[in-house]
Write a protein that binds this ligand. Structure first.
Ligand code: AMP
Length: 219
């Protein structure tokens, strides 16, 4: 199944996608991770896109669409995928429609106060990308990844002034995608109203939707 995770920064797209990928056996494709990898590797492209990412702005459509379409050509994406952080503009959604059919869009609804608290307390593993939260999803040992022992750090764009910009960018450029996909009949809403809701609970809700959709496809 080809799935898009939609929702504001901090809605949990990456957290849920990293669990769903194990259950479904299709790759979790995060354009944010791809962007950070290019920057870390200091490629020419990485140097170009750093200026946008650091400020919480979107990388230009043509660059990100190219990165994503190269990734979708890899054999592991043939049977399906979970997209996290793409598309983020109508232009990107239209480009995706040209390269692949989207079966399901999970729209994560999360109030702003939860998002801000979550992002300000998020730390990420430098080595494997695992996501933790210092309030709700703490690593066993401070500063160290439970999964691979890598160092945990705060993303540059999870600083308060950049969070504000990212939420504004989301409202302006990404939120119109909710209507875009609702009109296509592929969008399902999932709400998370409490900071303390464990990821497993939301993953279970998403799995229920996926199973229902798969069943409909077979009927
Ligand atoms: P994320 O980890 O999804 O929050 O992405 C981190 C940053 O990477 C964003 O703030 C953007 O600068 C850039 N980025 C990731 N995905 C996209 C996209 N689909 N379109 C434009 N920029 C993106």
């Amino acid at each position: 199944m080809r799935i898009v995770m939609l929702g504001p920064p901090g809605a949990g797209k990456g957290t849920y996608a990293s669990r769903l990928t194990k259950i479904l056996g299709v790759p979790h494709i995060s354009t944010g991770d791809m962007v950070r990898e290019e920057i870390r590797a200091q490629t020419e492209l990485g140097r170009k896109i750093k200026q946008y990412s650091d400020k919480g702005e979107l990388v230009p459509d043509e660059i990100i669409i190219q990165l994503l379409s190269n990734r979708l050509e890899k054999p592991d994406a043939e049977k399906g995928y979970i997209l996290d952080g793409f598309p983020r503009t109508i232009n990107q959604a239209e480009a995706l429609d040209k390269i692949s059919k989207v079966d399901l869009v999970i729209n994560l609804n999360v109030p702003d106060d939860i998002i801000i608290t979550r992002l300000s307390n998020r730390v990420v593993c430098r080595k494997c990308g695992a996501i933790y939260n210092l309030l709700t999803l703490k690593p066993k040992k401070e500063g160290v990844c439970d999964k691979c022992g890598g160092e945990l750090y705060q993303r540059r764009d999870d600083k308060p002034e950049v969070i504000k910009e990212r939420l504004e960018v989301y409202r302006k450029k990404t939120e119109p995608l909710i209507d875009y996909y609702r009109r296509k009949g592929v969008l399902k809403d999932v709400r998370c109203d409490s900071l303390m809701t464990p990821p497993e609970v939301i993953v279970e809700q998403i799995m229920k939707i996926i199973n229902e959709e798969e069943k409909k496809g077979k009927d």
